[in-house]
Ligand binder design. Structure first.
Ligand SMILES: NC(=O)c1ccc[n+]([C@@H]2O[C@H](COP(=O)([O-])OP(=O)(O)OC[C@H]3O[C@@H](n4cnc5c(N)ncnc54)[C@H](OP(=O)(O)O)[C@@H]3O)[C@@H](O)[C@H]2O)c1
Length: 259
């Protein structure tokens, strides 16, 4: 039996990309799942697929906009008994809109990024860590980014939110150092998901150009590392992981083949 068998994993942003891939891979390990995101129909589809493939796990799907504290409280207070004791919180929901220089970023876009990438992650952590402390077991895994290690032009607010994730991850680890709770961060470079399509407001051609001439990471590459991080022995904490496709060296240094 693997270390993760029977553990309960709460995933934000499970309706696509890294969150969805993580749900599939945690299911392969025999984990019970709480799948959350705004697009409930996608979660319901994933839930029924996973339940069919893994009759021994319990999957709960709940619509959740991480920017809304009331929704967080309501989802957590209505968790079915089978998944009330959360072992792993995967704070994955996140987004970027646009590549505007700082002086041109619209207020609404600033608010959306700050509320999703920082406030949502903090609210979920506040909601679930006290229970982990009481039970003496738990793991918070935050999805940061290379954008949280190195700023780039056209990404000011997104970078600021991911620098915040980096700071929050480190501060939380310090605050929980006397407990058995683990705090980890995984920081990807270029991953081919819906992320870029959302950044370019649905312009698929522009989104695809981000990955042109190189082989980007895919959601499964990051999901593998998330599940690996969660599956270490209880005394081992992977604090921080920076992960690139092989032809990326930092936020903006990327080698692209001419063809
Ligand atoms: N792709 C990359 O190159 C890359 C690189 C570094 C870091 N990351 C980080 O990886 C994480 C996952 O992104 P991804 O690449 O998998 O992109 P994605 O495919 O666009 O997935 C983003 C997920 O976040 C959810 N989400 C967005 N806003 C939300 C909100 N307000 N409330 C709840 N859920 C929300 C989306 O679901 P709904 O729309 O259904 O709510 C979706 O499931 C993000 O934190 C992102 O910053 C991505």
């Amino acid at each position: 039996m693997g270390r993760l068998q029977g553990k309960t994993v709460f995933i934000t942003g499970a309706s696509s990309g890294i969150g969805e891939a993580s749900a599939r891979q945690f299911a392969d390990e025999g984990c019970n799942l709480i799948l959350t995101a705004r697009r409930l129909e996608k979660l319901e589809q994933l839930k029924s697929e996973l339940e069919k493939a893994h009759p021994n796990i319990y999957v709960h799907a709940a619509q959740l906009d991480v920017r809304q504290k009331k929704q967080i409280d309501s989802v957590i207070s209505q968790l079915p008994i089978q998944v009330q004791q959360v072992h792993v919180l995967l704070n994955n929901a996140g987004m970027v809109i646009g590549t505007d220089p700082l002086v041109e970023v619209e207020e609404d876009v600033i608010d959306q990024m700050l509320a999703t990438n920082i406030k949502g992650l903090v609210l979920l952590t506040q909601a679930l860590v006290p229970g982990m402390k009481e039970r003496g077991v738990g793991h918070v895994i935050n999805i940061g980014s290379v954008a949280g290690k190195q700023a780039y032009g056209g990404g000011s607010i997104y970078c600021a939110t991911k620098f915040a994730v980096d700071a929050i991850t480190k501060a939380l680890a310090i605050e929980l150092v006397e407990t058995p709770i683990r705090v980890s961060q995984i920081c990807p470079g270029l991953v081919n998901t819906e992320f870029s399509t959302i950044r370019f407001r649905g312009d698929k051609e522009k989104a695809d150009s981000v990955y042109k001439g190189l082989q980007p990471l895919v959601a499964d590459d990051i999901a593998e590392l998330i599940v690996f991080t969660a599956g270490r022995p209880a005394h081992v904490n992977i604090a921080d992981m920076l992960v690139f496709p092989v032809n990326q060296a930092d936020s903006k240094t990327v080698y692209r083949r001419a063809d």
